[in-house]
Design a binder for this molecule. Structure first.
Ligand code: UGA
Length: 434
């Protein structure tokens, strides 16, 4: 099949490369000429494990193309994916749909023959109706079906999530569109991946409901972690104890500094707005948003407490800046709350992150970025682990101890065991473990 993907951000690029790898002929379109030039040379604008090889091999085999000119790609496509950004609109938390609607208008002007227009971007309920209206208004003669097909890709694991998903959700009432979507995802039928066909609004809501539920699950275990600290229990054992109940499930029960990233914060907020607008508020999600925001802000206090109540004049070494490992994405990362709060309290901050320092340097000021975890901890009064990168999981703790000024570690991801750290002579604080 021939596929056009409009928008070569995270979702567009991963989806385009994976569809090409399935054997479809994919053209990725973006207005950013510099980005397209770099992609043509095989340079990937984001860090995502395996994506560079996937793009290179499919480009080499003439299944994956990049262009700023959408004309041919859209004219010849069986399916055109809209994968442009939907950032939170400043001020009100609504998803900003201007890029989506601009893409719809552009597609309307260019389609020929029956074309499925698929929304991959995360869009509020009813957006598909508006896309359809825009296309019909501009091109009453166009033979299109507008379909919702949300993505469930985790950054850092996006290729595996695309190729081995738990399910595919397709929102359409159109039989021809359904056939095209089934054909596009046919390679996954070998693994018997469920392909759920629902109406468009249901599909749009599934995306938000899924992310909101996961955000709520994380927030639940984070509150349990606080309670564990108060009552002398261990949150990891609580998570295991409840997670083994199949009705609950063990995933997404890792307590930490609060969720961040480009999806959960934005999507929970957008769901709250939609629900409020429709007069059907989602109180659990409203609370999730508030509790998570407060949590991220409160993390710096743990560091201050570990430092004996004050950090003025002290040097704090931060290991991990990105919102999670295996990405360079800094959006809504807990480090963006924690570091400025520590600086405000008078601390100097040194930091190391395997991939995120370039992005972080645009969002943080007065931070000394270092070359390695060991360089980072040198002379520190306190080491704070904010992101659980693999390379922080097996640090040479004896070496760390010789480098730091004071052997204090605040582990916001529970990477280490309290007993092991005590045995090594560290003053160690973690999350939800008494
Ligand atoms: C999330 C969803 O997991 C994907 O299914 C979805 O497609 C994506 O959003 C999206 O809407 O595009 P992502 O934001 O990449 O993916 O990352 P997650 O792995 O879900 O982590 C989100 C945040 O939750 C991170 O800050 C992470 O550290 C935190 N988290 C996650 C925890 O604190 N505890 C956990 O147990 C799991």
């Amino acid at each position: 099949m021939r596929v056009a993907v409009v928008g070569t951000g995270y979702v567009g690029l991963v989806s385009g490369a994976c569809f090409a790898d399935f054997g479809h002929v994919v053209t990725c379109v973006d207005k950013d000429a510099g980005k397209i030039e770099r992609l043509k040379k095989g340079e990937i604008p984001i860090f995502e494990p395996g994506l560079d090889q996937l793009v290179a091999s499919n480009a080499r085999e003439d299944r994956l193309f990049f262009t700023t000119d959408p004309r041919d790609a859209i004219k010849t496509a069986d399916a055109v994916f809209i994968a442009v950004g939907t950032p939170s609109r400043r001020g009100d938390g609504h998803a900003d749909l201007s890029y989506v609607y601009a893409a719809a208008a552009e597609i309307a002007d260019l389609v020929e023959g029956f074309t499925v227009v698929v929304t991959k971007s995360t869009v509020p309920v009813g957006t598909g109706d508006e896309i359809e209206r825009i296309i019909r208004e501009r091109r009453p003669d166009a033979d299109v079906a507008v379909v919702s097909n949300p993505e469930f890709l985790r950054e850092g694991a996006a290729i595996a999530d695309f190729k081995r998903p738990d399910r595919i959700v397709v929102g359409t009432d159109d039989a021809r569109a359904r056939a095209v979507m089934q054909e596009l995802y046919r390679p996954l039928s070998l693994n018997e991946t469920p392909l759920l066909v629902v109406n468009r609004r249901t599909s749009e809501l599934i995306k938000y409901a899924g992310n909101a539920f996961l955000a709520m699950k994380i927030t639940f275990i984070n509150e349990m972690a606080d309670l564990c600290e108060a009552v002398g229990a261990d949150v990891q054992q609580v998570a295991r104890g409840i997670g083994l109940d199949n009705r609950i499930g063990s995933k997404f029960l890792n307590a930490g500094p609060g969720y961040g990233g480009s999806c959960f914060p934005k999507d929970t907020l957008a769901l709250v707005r939609t629900a409020t607008e429709y007069g059907s508020p989602v109180r659990l999600i409203e609370t999730t948003v508030a509790v998570n925001d407060a949590r991220k802000k409160a993390m710096a206090e743990r560091v201050v407490a570990a430092c004996g109540g004050a950090v003025a004049g002290k040097t704090i070494a931060v290991l991990g800046l990105t919102f999670k490992p295996n990405t360079d994405d800094m959006r809504d990362a807990p480090s963006l709350d924690i570091i400025p709060a520590l600086q405000k309290a008078g601390a100097s901050v040194r930091a190391f992150d395997p991939e995120g320092m370039h992005e972080a340097s645009k969002m943080l000021s007065d931070v000394t970025f270092t070359q390695s975890p060991y360089d980072c901890v040198s002379g520190a009064d306190c080491v704070v682990i904010i992101t659980e990168w693999d390379q922080f999981r097996a640090l040479d703790l004896d070496r760390v101890k010789t480098l730091v000024k004071s052997p204090t570690i605040v582990d916001l991801r529970n990477v280490y065991r309290p007993a092991e750290m005590a045995a090594k002579g560290f003053q160690y604080a973690s999350i939800g473990r008494g």
